[in-house]
Design a binder for this molecule. Structure first.
Ligand SMILES: Cc1cc2nc3c(=O)[nH]c(=O)nc-3n(C[C@H](O)[C@H](O)[C@H](O)COP(=O)(O)OP(=O)(O)OC[C@H]3O[C@@H](n4cnc5c(N)ncnc54)[C@H](O)[C@@H]3O)c2cc1C
Length: 388
């Protein structure tokens, strides 16, 4: 059976639904083609089930992309306040958790229900269990599913990244970009735990569950947040954030005691220069087990001023070379993606292929942890939806 529309949207996640709503509101006949048996599965599992749907401190600096300017236009034209207004219109209770992160009070289901209701009001057609097998383009785009064929002059790819394949992530968007000769920045796991090499695993993983505030840095980025030791390596917000900047075989620098000057106590000549003194000082800033382990790993070679300065330096600059990451199975996002040089920053339309749009996570724009990835999905979805 053949269905004809003004626009087809491949993927019924955050970006696809926002795009459909904006286009539908402008009278376009829009179809969302979703291969899963329901819309927005990632929205439902987001933010621990409460969906961190935006961040009120959103700015272009909260995003990684080969072109740091690309996201500016879309982000300026659909802001966190715009999304919050929608949330308020639907009387969804929400709160700011920390650092501008806005969460539902009740459940992420509220956000999905809101988007579904907006789609209904905008007259959007939804096709679930619809996997697109093939796309061709003559005078218009033709997307073929198992039993259906869809035709439209515009095709929007909103199929997301590669993270969490078990809830439906596919390489569809990247494959389609390649089919049309578009450049792709290598997709890699972002916001993902890091895995230790053999040596660090042997000396630290028995501390799994221990967490502390650190400052983690890599490739010019720096985040001061909590770090958690896991059974295989490191996680926690500081590590998830820095993981998006890390690339094998690079290293990550961790300041274990940011802002504190441990060796300062030894400036007082009456303070005994002993391991016990240093241990009790270190335990004031680090959890005891980690403080003790750090001293086993890096105790000062002697009690001279030079050795103490070196110990201080090492504690503020513990350098690890991860063996890898926990991969797309555990990654919250996919960094990299369709090269932004291929797209109009205003509309998300391909420069080379008029009528073809890419939005959301499949594009080489990746947000920091804290509601920024959804804000990009809403903003890029709205940008395309207004251009259809
Ligand atoms: C566990 C977890 C928690 C998260 N929490 C947050 C959070 O609290 N705040 C935040 O800002 N970000 C969060 N994120 C990131 C956020 O969910 C994504 O960045 C966002 O969903 C991307 O939106 P999208 O529409 O581009 O892709 P998606 O939401 O992934 O939607 C893509 C859709 O396309 C469908 N699809 C895929 N392939 C095909 C195909 N071939 N044919 C048809 N349909 C297809 C998928 O089934 C899916 O429905 C979280 C991610 C994870 C994994």
């Amino acid at each position: 059976m053949t269905h004809s529309f003004d626009a087809l949207i491949a993927g019924g996640g955050a970006a696809g639904l926002m795009c459909a709503i904006e286009a539908g509101k402008r009278g376009r006949r829009v179809a969302v083609l979703e291969h899963a048996d329901r819309l927005g599965k990632k929205i439902l599992i987001s933010g621990g089930g409460r969906c961190n749907f935006t961040n009120i401190h959103c700015s272009p600096e909260n995003f990684l992309s080969a072109n740091p300017h690309f996201a500016k236009s879309a982000l300026a034209r659909y802001t966190p306040a715009d999304f919050i207004a929608l949330v308020e219109k639907h009387r969804i209770p929400y709160h700011e958790k920390t650092l501008g992160q806005m969460f539902c009070d009740r459940s992420a289901r509220d956000i999905l229900a809101m988007l579904e209701e907006e789609c209904r009001l905008a007259g959007v057609s939804i096709f679930l269990n619809t996997r697109i097998k093939e796309v061709s383009r003559a005078t218009e785009f033709i997307a073929r599913g198992a039993d259906n064929e869809f035709r439209a002059p515009a095709l929007v790819i909103a199929s997301g990244g590669l993270s969490i394949p078990k809830i439906g992530a596919t390489s569809f968007g990247y494959d389609l970009a390649r089919q049309f000769g578009l450049k792709i920045r290598d997709p890699r796991p972002g916001l993902v735990p890091l895995v230790f090499d053999q040596q660090d695993r042997a000396r630290l993983c028995d501390l799994a569950g221990v967490s502390t505030e650190v400052s983690a840095s890599c490739n010019g980025a720096q985040f001061r947040e909590k770090m958690l030791i896991t059974h295989r390596g490191l996680s926690g917000p500081a590590i998830l954030q820095i993981s998006s900047y890390w690339e094998k075989p690079g290293s990550v620098r961790i300041d274990l005691t940011p802002g504190s000057e441990l060796a300062a106590i030894f400036n007082d000549p009456k303070t005994p220069r002993t391991l016990a003194t240093l241990r009790s000082e270190l335990r004031k800033t680090l959890p005891s087990r980690l403080a003790d382990r750090w001293l086993e790993m890096s105790a000062p070679a002697s009690w001279t001023n030079t050795a103490l300065v070196e110990f201080e330096r090492q504690t503020h600059a513990w350098t690890i070379t991860p063996a890898g990451t926990e991969g797309f199975e555990k990654a919250e996002v996919t960094a990299g993606g369709v090269d932004t040089d291929e797209l109009s920053a205003k509309t998300m339309e391909c420069r080379k292929v008029p009528g073809l749009f890419f939005i959301g996570e499949v594009v080489d724009v990746t947000g920091h942890l804290g509601g920024f990835n959804f804000q990009w999905a809403w903003a890029s979805g709205a940008a395309a939806g207004r251009a259809l």
